[in-house]
Ligand binder design. Structure first.
Ligand code: NAP
Length: 278
């Protein structure tokens, strides 16, 4: 079990963070969503992942409320829309995100997925933001191996600090090559939709393992990711009860028998498959 993950610049973060897609969609749930994020911070889940896309800024605003007065505890991640990722566009988008998040800096700023602007230009924008102190590091999201090779070969690209990708028990494709390539370069792989959007919480195949550990299927799905040496998992939980349950996954150590049972139900990839995305 790997509970701390190190970025290439030496910064460390808890391997279990918190996602925020589809929060802030219904204001009657906002109080619970804010309570959930705060409880996550109390439990050490200090990485919060958001994006300008989520609710067109509404999720960032809600995160801003949740972290108010606690900014220094948080490892704050946001993402820029690909269509905003020109050199000047990232600067303007970042400024808007900072305002909504009520902070002066992001710990990590990601390109949400590859888009119309050449990555070289996006990197120039990110590096300028870094030298201005608006972001501490930058990375990408939804980049497969060939795209990562392109990133690190670009001017300034060796500073790429993360790739956030779809990775969970139902989507183990990244294990074939991308995860290995990233681990060799200590570029953390941030696993999004770690519960496969909630489906893995209902996975019958995980129940015997869950029962053995006095846990739930969701906790086993997270424990599997936390056992990977270079992965950060960012489940989204809009209720404090789910956050509390997810934090307990940090204490579950899967043994060889568990791993074999998982491999039978969710086989590891035997060949390259193109990186999937939601
Ligand atoms: P997810 O985290 O795999 O699953 C979220 C679902 O699982 C929600 O319905 C949640 O319910 C439920 N859940 C959470 N904890 C649970 C528990 N302990 N027991 C049972 N159910 C539980 O899905 P996701 O939101 O797609 O992914 C996580 C985060 O990754 C996102 O929020 C976002 O920050 C990021 N993401 C990034 C990209 C990208 O393109 N870069 C794409 C997708 C997601 P409640 O909400 O009711 O608690």
């Amino acid at each position: 079990m790997t509970t701390r993950i190190r970025f290439p610049d030496g910064a460390e973060v808890c391997a279990l963070g918190q996602g925020t897609w589809e929060i802030a969609e219904d204001s009657s749930h906002s109080a619970d969503e804010i309570r959930a994020l705060k409880m996550g911070l109390d439990l050490g889940l200090t990485l919060i992942d958001t994006a300008e896309m989520y609710g067109e800024g509404a999720a960032e605003s809600l995160v801003g409320e949740a972290i108010s007065g606690r900014r220094d505890e948080v490892f704050l991640v946001s993402k820029v829309y690909p269509h905003n990722a020109s050199r000047a566009g990232v600067a303007a988008a970042c400024e808007r995100s900072l305002k909504r998040l009520k902070t002066d800096r992001l710990d990590l700023y990601l390109l949400h997925w590859a888009g119309p602007h050449p990555i070289e230009e996006t990197i120039r924008g990110f590096e300028k933001l870094k030298s201005d102190g608006k972001i501490l590091r930058w990375g990408v999201s939804n980049f497969d191996l060939d795209e990562m090779e392109h990133v690190v070969a670009a001017p300034g690209g060796s500073a790429c600090a993360c790739n956030q990708v779809l990775y969970n028990l139902g989507q183990r494709g990244p294990e074939f090559d991308l995860a290995l390539w990233m681990a060799a370069r200590t570029i953390p792989l941030m696993a999004y939709s770690p519960l496969d959007r909630g489906d893995l919480a209902r996975a019958g195949a995980l129940l015997p393992i869950a029962e053995k550990h006095g846990a739930t299927a969701a906790q086993i799905a997270l424990a599997f990711l936390l056992a990977q040496p270079n992965a950060i998992a960012i489940p989204k939980a809009s209720s404090p009860a789910h956050v509390e349950a997810n934090a307990k996954a940090l204490t579950i150590a899967l043994d060889a028998e568990d791993r074999a049972a998982i491999d039978r139900a969710f086989p590891a990839p035997r060949r390259k498959t193109r990186l999937a995305m939601y």
